[in-house]
Design a protein around this ligand. Structure first.
Ligand code: DAH
Length: 355
């Protein structure tokens, strides 16, 4: 009996002093495992007289019950301690400053494109596009710029090598070929803009061999010059955010429009700083005109039934004017310092407000 009591106390003490769940399991195995000392005692029961066997058996069962209970209780305590320790070690110091985050910027050109698209979308235009690599036909001929036309020389075209038929593809020199592609595909009335990349062999502070234009084309019935003017005056005023912005239409020449007009906006220069708005100077920002009847005919549209107007503008140019960016070249140099300075945060509201 004395032995049994001693054994029980020894086990309980070991359970009590286990410092973690592994320790505790070792104790369990040591006494209750297959070769555990309590297990062995129970195995020996068979060798006792029935009377003695009953008595010792009962004792051993009680010890086993107490031991199992003690193990379970200790388990709960150890688990709780373990969790508490974890919580303590992993506590969050909410007084720490946040880690600096790298915030990207929206390129001024992307921003400008989004603004232009959104202004024209509000006027009912949809966006069309076409390939950067164009045939001579779409880039020139269909736009009433035949082979011997002087306008071809003015475009500083990048030509591809001639194919087997002697045809040379070009990198489109303007977005105007998409006028032709659109009129071939869709029936009037139509209203599209075409923002996209264009290419000319030219490189200085205000010219890049790759640049962007936005074309516009409206075809309908009974459209005239006043529709063109109304549309473009509205665009200029909303885009530059100047309600009383003076807009001037200056007679010009483009092979694909007749009559043609260049569009200027008012500005002033004070202490070398350019301000867009009423003033005594003008800035040219886009080309426009009534679509030349020959161009309509080239697309199978009867000029006696439908007319329309078109326009085209350089997106870098209007971005530079609106956001005061003096040089075109860094637009495409991916200099992060420039992006930080001129770029926009994505959550910034666009400055489009309808007049
Ligand atoms: N394609 C012309 C250029 O690149 C711009 C232009 C002028 C487009 C008049 C037009 C337009 O649609 O009507 O210089």
């Amino acid at each position: 009996m004395q032995d049994h009591l001693q054994l029980k106390n020894e086990i309980l003490q070991k359970i009590n002093s286990s410092s973690d769940l592994n320790d505790l399991d070792d104790v369990r195995i040591q006494f209750l495992g297959k070769k555990g000392s309590l297990t062995l005692l129970m195995k020996q029961l068979g060798s006792y007289e029935p009377e003695k066997r009953k008595e010792i058996g009962q004792k051993l069962n009680e010890i086993q019950k107490d031991v199992l209970e003690a193990i379970e209780n200790k388990k709960l305590v150890l688990r709780k301690n373990h969790l508490n320790k974890k919580l303590e070690n992993e506590s969050i110091d909410i007084s720490l400053p946040t880690r600096p985050e790298n915030q990207g910027r929206i390129h001024p050109l992307t921003k400008t494109m989004d603004e232009v698209v959104s202004i024209f979308a509000q006027m009912g235009f949809s966006v069309a596009d076409g390939p950067d690599i164009e045939s001579d036909y779409y880039n020139f001929t269909a736009l009433n710029i035949p082979q011997e036309h002087p306008a071809r020389q003015e475009h500083d075209t990048f030509y591809f090598n001639a194919d087997a038929n002697g045809d040379r593809k070009v990198l489109r020199t303007h977005t105007s070929p998409v006028q032709i592609r659109t009129m071939e595909k869709l029936k009037p009335p139509l209203r599209v803009i075409v923002p996209g990349r264009t290419y000319r062999s030219d490189h200085d502070a205000t010219h890049s061999p790759m640049f962007h234009q936005c074309e516009g084309l409206v075809i309908g019935d009974n459209l005239n010059m006043s529709h063109l003017k109304g549309c473009l005056i509205e665009f200029c005023r909303v885009f530059f955010g100047v309600e009383d912005l003076p807009v001037r239409f200056r007679p010009s020449y483009f092979p694909f429009t007749e009559p043609s007009a260049e569009v200027d906006i008012g500005c002033s220069k004070k202490d070398g700083e350019l301000k867009i708005g009423p003033g005594d100077e003008w800035l040219e920002i886009l080309g426009s005109g009534m679509v030349n009847p020959r161009v309509l005919q080239n697309c199978g549209i009867d000029p006696n039934e439908h007319q329309g107007f078109a326009f085209g503008m350089g997106l870098e140019r209007i971005a530079m004017l609106k956001y005061g960016i003096p040089d075109l070249r860094p637009f495409f140099e991916s200099d992060l310092r420039w992006m930080k300075h001129y770029g926009f945060f994505s959550y910034e509201q666009t400055s489009i407000h309808q007049g």
